[in-house]
Design a protein around this ligand. Structure first.
Ligand code: NAD
Length: 498
């Protein structure tokens, strides 16, 4: 794919963009019975569209449609080669519509167009293609029993899978769940976050165009407490895969316990430590990675390296580099291909980020750079890259997930001290360390309580590796073959040969 579109080209396209705003239930556009949601462009604060909002009756309709299509066997029992073909087609269609989808995502969520065009959309397309390719390569098992029996272990789809996702990578987070769930033969109900419904609706349309039968992928925009809760409490949803905050993740555990004990898989919040040892092999590269690690996507990243720990010997030098990167990453118009940071998703999140900045100042952290709302004249919700130096690990900005471009930096002296500080969190999602010492790299990686560890890099990865956390960052893994376990169950069939 190539794109030479300028800011003006994207603005012109935005003016002519036709947005789909209805829910998709059983293959049909559906108005939703709750009051419509406003899709707000975070770059301007202006309304882009009104989007259908589903209530519990709409959700029930979607679950019934999903159950019906699942039981019909049309998708779940479709020859694997055919199911694969249709998911590959969906991947192709996503790439065919990459510019349109990138624009939708940028307008709806505020992230830079270069990120949506070159990362979010191609990665989403790749996710469908990758799981499509797994479908006809899965074998079942025969257990090593004694000769009087034949015991088969077969993998079966679960039935109706609900996916409830956040707004920070709307299409990609959805795809990490929808692609493996569909590949396994389930029927799916996708509930996007209320701030970012538009790409999910377009995905539902493209899935129909790709030949995924009506009712197999339903999209129910709606609020968390109404549509999200209705899915969590529904007695006929078999599995609910969630990405979002830890607080909401805990609610889903409760919904499950109060309803049908549906399987719950949680990808929740993070407060990831990024450790720079004195023997860091390349301070320039590490500082760039640390800056991208916290400021990319406006800091609205679950694996953001939001706690930086720098060893005393390189602390001053490293922090100077961090300041320079912060200055160079000022937010700009998300439709400008040169912008490295865009707008915060909405006014509420903007207020939340600024409150954390205030708490940092009040609790005695030293503000080194940033800390303010910028570009307010645009009507948009922009915050400049912000770096605090923290003398204590008990500060609110060190402990809590901010989900904005705010870095809490601390100094340490010994490896043990760095590890103790890194692990002193309720979260355990991402983590990073920079060292030239191979033994230390292995030793520290093993001791970090996190689902992901990056050594001499940060954020790297692809669909082939599992993604998820420990502690209150959740459990279960998105991506890789392991994600298929979440959307299938094992059946043992014991056949007597006596
Ligand atoms: P959120 O928990 O507020 O919302 C996530 C989803 O849950 C949305 O679809 C929302 O409508 C729904 N929801 C909200 N309240 C609900 C309720 N009471 N009942 C049922 N559903 C409800 O999170 P957010 O603000 O959209 O996203 C930010 C959070 O997501 C951060 O904590 C971030 O770390 C996390 N996140 C985690 C990962 C990961 O892979 N671990 C990835 C991205 C984001």
């Amino acid at each position: 794919m190539t794109s030479h579109l300028t800011q003006q080209d994207w603005q012109a396209r935005a003016g002519g963009l036709k947005l789909s705003t209805q829910a998709i239930i059983d293959g049909q556009a559906h108005a939703g019975r709750a009051s419509p949601l406003d899709a707000i462009n975070p770059a301007t604060g202006r309304r882009l569209a009104q989007v259908a909002s589903c209530n519990e009756h709409d959700v029930d309709e979607a679950v019934r449609a999903a159950r019906r299509t699942f039981e019909s066997g049309y998708w779940s029992g479709m020859p694997r080669a055919e199911r694969k073909k249709r998911l590959l087609k969906l991947s192709e269609l996503i790439m065919l519509h990459a510019e349109e989808l990138a624009l939708i995502e940028t307008l709806d969520m505020g992230k830079p167009i270069s990120d949506t065009l070159w990362y979010d959309i191609p990665e989403a397309a790749r996710t469908y293609a990758w799981y499509a390719e797994t479908i006809d390569k899965q074998y079942d098992e025969i257990a090593p029993t004694d000769a009087q029996a034949l015991a088969t272990i077969t993998r079966e789809p679960l039935g109706v899978v609900a996916a409830v996702v956040p707004w920070n990578y709307p299409l990609l987070m959805a795809s990490w769940k929808v692609a493996p769930a569909l590949a396994m033969g389930n029927s799916v109900i996708l509930k996007p976050a209320e701030q970012s419904c538009l790409s999910a609706i377009r995905l539902g349309e493209l899935a129909l165009e790709a030949g995924i039968p009506p009712g197999v992928l339903n999209v129910v925009p709606g609020t968390g407490p109404v549509a999200g809760q209705a899915l969590g409490m529904h007695p006929d949803v078999d599995c609910l895969a969630f990405t979002g905050s830890t607080a909401t993740g805990k609610r889903f555990m409760q919904y499950s316990g109060q309803s049908n004990l549906k399987q719950i898989w949680l990808e929740c919040g993070g407060k990831s430590p990024h450790i720079i040892f004195d023997d860091c092999p390349d301070l320039d590269r590490a500082a760039l990675a640390a800056a991208i690690g916290i400021f990319n996507n406006q800091g609205e990243v679950c694996i953001a390296g939001s706690r930086l720990y720098v060893q005393s010997g390189v602390y001053d030098e490293f922090m100077q580099r961090m300041e320079a990167h912060a200055a160079a990453m000022q937010p700009g118009d998300p439709l400008d291909p040169g912008s490295k940071m865009g707008a915060i998703v909405d006014e509420r999140q903007l207020a939340r980020v600024l409150q954390y900045v205030d708490s940092g100042k009040q609790e005695g952290a030293t503000l080194r750079v940033g800390g303010s709302r910028v570009r307010a004249e645009t009507g948009g919700f922009y915050v400049e890259p912000t770096i605090f130096e923290c003398g204590s690990q008990s500060l609110t900005i060190v402990r809590e997930e901010i989900f904005g471009p705010v870095l809490a930096a601390s100094r340490f002296d010994t490896e043990d001290e760095a590890l103790a500080q890194a692990n002193a969190s309720i979260y355990g999602l991402g983590s990073g360390l920079w060292t030239a010492d191979l033994s230390r790299a292995h030793r520290v990686s093993r001791k970090l309580r996190a689902g992901l560890v990056w050594v001499n890099c940060y954020f790297d990865g692809d669909v082939t590796v599992p993604f998820g956390g420990v502690k209150q960052s959740g459990f279960g893994r998105d991506k890789s073959l392991h994600a298929l376990d979440k959307y299938s169950s094992l059946k043992t069939t014991w056949i007597s040969l006596a």
